[in-house]
Design a protein around this ligand. Sequence first.
Ligand SMILES: [Fe+2]
Length: 162
Amino acid sequence: MNYLGMKRNDVSRTVSQLNLLLANYHVYYQNLRNFHWNVNGENFFDLHDKFEELYDEARTKIDEIAERILTLRLRPLSKMSDYLNTAAVNEADSFSSDREMVDVILENHKILIENMREVIRAADEVGDEGTIDMIGGFLSSLEKKSWMLDAWRVKVEQPATV
Ligand SMILES: [Fe+2]
């Protein structure tokens, strides 16, 4: 039993998923910085700002995930090479259209959301409410951001002229 009253074996599966989430978040973070710098076109001002807002939030989440792993008394992955070798999120190209960039970020969100659900399933099996509470908050927040990005890319139909 550790100082939280949990067995090391019980938390190890949750921590594997949290380390995967940490790796996925790092690649996602850099994809957002890439797009913040390289976006062009008529939506520049909207997307330049939106990508910055998203990477600022990702930076905070990255720290919270790593410190949750430490709270569980295990070690977070800490090297960029480990993140690239572990992550399911792929590095994005720099030269994409604004619409393609939003598509990529929504795909990244899908991977992060599925990863978060796996963290919650693993934590639920061992009654790790602290992890469930933290990741549950991240999950609903990211789902809402996905809705907004999806709404952005919906092509609005022109109203019928009379
Ligand atoms: Fe900037």
